[in-house]
Ligand binder design. Structure first.
Ligand code: NAD
Length: 465
């Protein structure tokens, strides 16, 4: 498939903008933020290129400022979902027959638009709607999504398509990377605009069609990503934007005979539910659905007594508290040798106390608010239960305020019980649990780190020896 006519160089990661005070990029983003903060966007469903304002409306306010209504989104009704499935079916044949160069070119164009004229819009929407600071929005909504689109195109062209079997003399063995015979259902999380943009488009790049259910709490940025894809020339019906309740939309779409695959990122529990529902419906489908999902984490920092203090403290602060700890990869449990913990504790607590938290339109803030009331209640409740438990002690933060937005102080919990609840469960908030281990039992501490939680998505080991 790949030929000498159409080649791509290996992309370079999109450079991250620093948004330094007084820089042109900073004032440009601030201007777009100010405009967007004054607007309230009416967000429709988009199926087959048509917009549907269904009247089933939910409004979304900035998590850090309850007074700002940013958008009103229209949920897909069963009729709209049926239209979206039909539109995807109509688009499917032409799209899968389209030359791969055309498909790749559209996503490369999308990357170019996001790197250029759309960057401020998608960043500003991510900042306001999901309460990300400019740096967190930049690395996610701009750079990571640009990289996804560029690298996906590169890997399709230079790795997937050319991966062909050997042929003996007189034979020609050949793999056709045929798209699925139905639609891919992309269910996306709130916390990364880039993941939301990637889940429907990675299958589309390979000739599939998708129905995309964005998260209710990332609606503004996700809508702009959809509009950007249209501007890049994605044909109607290839990706269909169907906001709605996770449960109802999923029940309707997994009931369709045209369902061919799910592309999910989100919590472990929801993914298990989706998988079970697919199994229940297996007999309805025309093929065996592909199931792809990435889920939760309980990510660790493990330090050896030889660890460098500077690096360790920085890792704890940035790993645990950037984007309010709402990352699948956020550091949320740390195993530190007792003597080292005694040495760095005051320093770490002082750093955490110095963290600026507030409105993300103020570029000096390091943290914004957590995503919504449900998250706020869950995180604040977890901190409260730690406060009242003998197995743990709050050594930094612990406070919360819902007055202007859903603000939770960055919090460190020192756990005397290494299996304390907050050492095991994903909290998805600005909470770091620390267990100080006996340095004479390094092997035991490593064993604890390995066995305490059913999962760890990321982990970091600090040691100079
Ligand atoms: P979530 O599971 O609550 O929601 C994810 C998506 O599923 C949303 O679109 C939501 O509307 C939908 N959904 C919710 N309930 C549903 C149901 N009953 N049936 C079908 N769909 C339903 O997750 P979230 O709060 O948006 O994101 C945070 C979670 O995602 C965390 O657990 C985090 O670790 C995980 N995550 C993982 C990765 C990764 O790469 N592994 C990346 C980002 C986020």
């Amino acid at each position: 498939m790949a030929d000498a006519v159409f080649r791509l160089d290996l992309p370079r990661n999109e450079p991250v903008r620093a948004y330094a005070p007084g820089a042109a990029e900073t004032s440009s983003l601030a201007k777009r933020l100010a405009e967007m903060a004054r607007e309230c966007v009416e967000i429709p469903c988009i199926a087959g290129g048509r917009e549907y304002f269904t009247g089933k409306v939910t409004e979304w306010r900035a998590p850090h400022d309850h007074s700002k209504v940013l958008c009103r989104w229209h949920a897909a009704t069963p009729e709209v979902l049926a239209q979206a499935i039909e539109a995807a079916e109509r688009a499917r044949r032409e799209w899968q027959a389209a030359p791969y160069q055309l498909r790749l070119a559209i996503f490369l164009k999308a990357a170019q638009l996001l790197a250029g004229p759309w960057r401020d819009t998608v960043n500003a929407a991510t900042m306001l709607g999901q309460s990300k600071t400019c740096f967190q929005a930049e690395i996610d909504a701009a750079c990571e999504l640009i990289d996804f689109w560029r690298f996906n195109a590169y890997f399709a062209l230079h790795q997937i398509y050319p991966d062909q079997p050997q042929s003996a003399d007189g034979t020609w063995n050949y793999i056709d990377h045929r798209p699925l015979e139905g639609f891919v259902y992309a269910i996306t999380p709130f916390n990364f605009t880039s993941i939301a943009g990637n889940l429907p488009t990675a299958p589309a790049l390979m000739g599939n069609v998708a129905l995309w259910k964005p998260s209710h709490s990332a609606m503004l940025s996700n809508y702009y990503v959809m509009k950007l894809l249209e501007a890049a020339g994605l044909p109607p019906g290839v990706v269909n934007f169907v906001p709605g309740s996770g449960r109802e939309t999923t029940a309707a779409l997994l009931g369709s005979e045209h369902f061919a695959g799910v592309h999910f990122t989100g919590s472990t529990e929801v993914f298990r539910g989706v998988w079970k529902k697919i199994a229940e419906n297996l007999e309805r489908y025309r093929g065996y659905p592909r199931i792809v999902g990435e889920t939760g984490g309980k990510d660790f920092i493990f330090a050896h007594e030889s660890a460098e203090v500077e690096a360790l403290v920085t890792a704890c602060v940035r790993g645990a508290f950037e984007y309010q700890g709402q990352k699948c990869s956020a550091a949320s449990r740390a195993y530190l040798p007792r003597k080292l913990w005694a040495r760095i504790k005051d320093r770490l607590v002082a750093e955490v106390k110095g963290i600026a938290m507030g409105d993300v339109q103020d570029f000096k803030n390091f943290m914004g608010a957590v995503i919504d009331e449900r998250a706020y209640e869950k995180i604040a409740g977890t901190i409260d239960s730690a406060r009242n438990d003998g197995g743990a002690r709050i050594v930094a933060g612990g406070g919360a305020s819902r007055k202007n937005g859903w603000f939770i102080q960055p919090t460190i919990i020192e756990c005397s019980d290494p299996r304390f609840r907050t050492m095991q469960e994903e909290i998805f908030g600005p909470v770091l649990s620390v267990y100080a281990y006996d340095e004479d039992d390094l092997a035991g501490a490593l064993e604890l780190c390995d066995r305490t939680s059913p999962y760890a998505l990321t982990g970091a080991v600090f040691a100079a020896d």
